[in-house]
Design a binder for this molecule. Structure first.
Ligand SMILES: Nc1ncnc2c1ncn2[C@@H]1O[C@H](COP(=O)(O)OP(=O)(O)OP(=O)(O)O)[C@@H](O)[C@H]1O
Length: 266
């Protein structure tokens, strides 16, 4: 399975994507401009992207190429520029132009976030933080899955601790556990292994792969690490706000080659 963009690396814009593939994240005419007029930066410019359901995609590219911006806008945490032709569909739902309350309900039911600001609630324990989204969206917790996540992420001994009593890496693992617990349709992860040691990174990447392969969740992960990207089904490369290349069934070596071809410092 592959990701598709209408930018120059692919001759297959979303409209011509094979019908047999189901896409869980599809955006059309996506633009994002930061700053006031006269002093603005257009980071995404009429981007069309489509990510298949159940695919684990890594997004790579030079610093400043727009990776985090794409994740924020696709996940509705940030708003895209106003344009009547813009569309952001997740799991079959049109989200562009929807009101905050509706978006926040949708996010709590369908989306898992693993972002660099972990957004853990300081007054709650690790376990309470992990269960918070499930509680908010009224979903019951699958105890077996919860225990597997806690064990895999090495959090068993830390559940009663508040975030301030946890290391950065432990806080990150709590955020990952929280994002995966309800098996959301789509998981957006921005450098999820950024703070982690090699062992924890491997556990996290294997969990993300399992989430996609076993549970059909769609994973979009920004990373600078070719080794982390090799866990994905597909790597897409960004340059100046566009998707310019992709590597299917990536290995560390094929990702490194593609990055060299991209010709930019990571
Ligand atoms: N809130 C903001 N206001 C103004 N400019 C911004 C804002 N957020 C990002 N930018 C700019 O948009 C561009 C893309 O940033 P973005 O964070 O999406 O890149 P990135 O590829 O994720 O980079 P990195 O790998 O360093 O995290 C950069 O030039 C950045 O300076």
């Amino acid at each position: 399975m592959t990701a598709h963009s209408s930018s120059d690396f692919s001759s297959r814009p979303p409209s011509s994507i094979p019908q047999s593939v189901e896409y869980s994240v599809v955006a059309k005419n996506l633009s994002k401009t930061y700053g006031a007029s006269g002093n603005n930066v257009r980071v995404l410019n009429n981007l069309d992207v489509a990510f298949p359901q159940g695919q684990f995609t890594a997004i790579m590219g030079a610093s400043g190429s727009g990776k985090s911006t794409l994740l924020h806008v696709l996940s509705t945490l940030d708003t895209a520029d106003e344009d009547t032709k813009t569309s952001i569909m997740i799991d079959g739902n049109e989200l562009y132009g929807k009101k905050d309350a509706e978006l926040s309900r949708f996010r709590s039911e369908k989306i898992g976030f693993i972002f660099q600001a972990f957004n853990l609630i300081p007054t709650l324990t690790a376990e309470q933080n992990i269960e918070l989204p499930a509680g908010l969206s009224g979903q019951s917790v699958d105890t077996l899955w919860k225990n597997q996540l806690i064990r895999s992420l090495g959090l068993s001994e830390r559940l009663a601790h508040k975030p301030a009593e946890l290391s950065g890496g432990q806080q990150q693992r709590v955020a990952i556990c929280r994002a995966l617990l309800t098996r959301p349709a789509v998981v957006f992860a921005d450098e999820p292994t950024g703070n982690l040691d090699t062992h924890s990174s491997r556990e996290v990447l294997e969990l993300l792969r399992e989430a996609s392969q076993k549970y059909g969740q769609t994973i979009l992960m920004v990373t600078h690490d070719p080794q982390a990207a090799s866990y994905a089904d597909c790597v897409v490369l960004m340059k100046d706000g566009a998707l310019v290349n992709q590597v299917d069934n990536p290995t560390r070596e094929s990702v490194l080659d593609a990055l060299t071809e991209l010709g930019e410092e990571q």
